[in-house]
Design a binder for this molecule. Structure first.
Ligand SMILES: Cc1cc2nc3c(=O)[nH]c(=O)nc-3n(C[C@H](O)[C@H](O)[C@H](O)COP(=O)(O)O)c2cc1C
Length: 341
C-alpha cells in the first residue's frame, strides 16, 4: 500500500506531503472501519513486547518521535499504525509560525531529511483542546520547548507555563533544548541554564497528585564532556530519563552531492546518516550510568536491525521519524516482529 502512495507523496515537497498525510488521516476517520482495517494490517501485539519504563506501561517499545504530530491532532490515527507511544510537539506556550519556507528537504540517496522548521506549532492551548476531544489510545509524551521570541534568560518560565498547562493531558514530558533550528535554543544545554529549567519543572511537579516522568532530549552534537555534566544533572535532579538524540547540524556520512547539501543550507539532519552517532551516544550514556537511566533511542532507525542495535546498546524504548517517512508504517510492524523474536 505504502509503495503505491510513496511516489505520489514524494512528488510534493516534504512539508506539503506531511500536510497531505495529515489530511488523509483526518479524512479516514470518517470512513467506517478504516481504523480497524489499519490496525488489522499494521499492529503487532505480543506479550513479550510490553514494557514498563519510568513507571509507565507501554504496549510495545516503538514510538513516533516528536515533530510529526506537532499539535496533538492525530495521535490516535497514528496509533493505528502500531506505535506503542506517540510524542506530540514540540509545543510552545503560544502559537508560532516557525522559519520561512522552504524549510524541509529530502536527501533521497541518504534516506535523510534536513529541516529547519523552527518549532512551528499551534500552541499548548490548541493541543489541550484537541486531546480533551479524543482520549488517547496510546501513551502520549508531551515535548515542550521555549517560544522563539522568549530570551534564554526567561526560558525556565516559558517551559514552566507549557508544563503546567499540559500536565493533566500527557503521560510523560520531554524537555526539548536540542532543536538546532531555533536561535540559541541548544545553548540551554549549558549546565547552568539547564539546571534552572529542570529545577522549575521538578519543583512544580511536587504539587501535583499524579506523577509525570520528565525526560531530557539531547543533541547528537554535544561533546562527551557536556554529556557527562548533563548525565550528572539528570541523576541528581530526579529527571526520569533521556531521549537521545535530536537532529544534527553536522553533514557527515552523506552520499548526496556536496552541491545539493550546500544548496539546502542550515538545518538539522535526520535519518540514516545520524544512526551511528546516536548509537554511540546511547552506548556512552548506558555505560556511564550503569544502565540505570532509561533511554529512548532515536536517530536514523531505518531498518528493524538498527532498532535492535539501539536496544542492545541500552535503549529501553526507541522512536522513529525519518524511517517512517521513507519506509512507511510497515516499518513499525517489522521492527516489532524482530524485537519479539
Ligand atoms: C521535519 C522534522 C521535524 C522535527 N520536529 C521536532 C520537534 O518539533 N521537536 C523535537 O524534539 N524533535 C523534532 N524532530 C526530531 C525528531 O524527533 C528526531 O529526534 C530526529 O529526526 C532523529 O530521528 P530520525 O532520524 O528517526 O528522524 C523533527 C524531525 C524532523 C525530520
Amino acid at each position: 500500500m505504502f509503495k503505491l502512495i510513496k511516489p505520489i507523496l514524494f512528488a510534493f515537497s516534504p512539508e506539503t506531503s506531511h500536510r497531505i498525510m495529515l489530511n488523509l488521516l483526518f479524512f479516514l476517520r470518517y470512513i467506517p472501519f478504516s481504523g480497524a482495517i489499519l490496525r488489522f494490517f499494521y499492529t503487532y501485539k505480543r506479550d513479550n513486547l510490553e514494557r514498563e519504563v519510568f513507571g509507565l506501561r507501554f504496549e510495545n517499545p516503538v514510538g513516533l518521535a516528536a515533530g510529526f504530530d506537532k499539535n496533538g491532532q492525530i495521535y490516535n490515527d497514528l496509533a493505528n499504525f502500531g506505535f506503542g507511544f506517540i510524542e506530540i510537539g514540540s509545543l510552545t506556550p503560544k502559537e508560532q509560525m516557525g522559519n520561512p519556507k522552504p524549510r524541509c528537504f529530502r536527501l533521497l540517496e541518504d534516506s535523510a531529511i534536513i529541516n529547519r522548521m523552527g518549532i512551528n506549532n499551534k500552541g499548548i492551548k490548541y493541543a489541550v483542546k484537541s486531546i480533551k476531544k479524543r482520549k488517547p489510545k496510546v501513551v502520549i509524551g508531551g515535548n515542550i520547548s521555549k517560544s522563539t521570541s522568549c530570551p534564554n534568560e526567561q526560558a525556565p518560565n516559558d517551559y514552566e507555563r507549557s508544563f503546567a498547562q499540559l500536565y493533566d493531558f500527557v503521560d510523560y514530558f520531554t524537555i526539548n533544548v536540542s532543536c538546532p533550528n531555533v536561535k540559541g535554543l541548544t545553548k540551554l544545554q549549558d549546565i547552568t541554564s539547564l539546571a534552572e529549567i529542570v529545577d522549575k519543572l521538578t519543583t512544580l511537579r511536587k504539587y501535583y497528585d499524579e506523577y509525570r516522568p520528565i525526560l531530557l532530549k539531547i543533541s547528537p552534537d554535544l561533546t562527551f564532556e557536556q554529556m557527562d555534566e548533563i548525565i550528572e544533572l539528570i541523576l541528581v535532579s530526579g529527571l526520569d530519563g533521556i531521549v537521545a538524540t535530536n537532529t544534527t547540524t553536522k553533514r557527515e556520512n552523506l552520499i548526496s552531492s556536496k552541491e545539493l547539501v550546500d544548496s539546502i543550507g542550515d538545518g538539522g539532519l535526520s535519518g540514516a546518516p545520524l544512526f551511528e552517532r546516536s548509537l554511540e551516544i546511547i552506548k556512552y550514556i548506558n555505560k556511564k550510568t550503569g544502565g540505570q537511566l532509561p533511554i529512548i533511542g532515536v536517530g536514523g532507525i531505518i531498518t528493524p536491525g538498527q532498532a535492535i542495535q539501539m536496544i542492545d546498546a541500552g535503549a529501553s524504548l526507541v522512536q522513529i521519524y525519518t524511517g517512517f517517512i521513507y519506509n512507511g508504517p510497515g516499518l513499525v510492524k517489522s521492527i516489532l516482529k524482530k524485537i519479539s523474536k
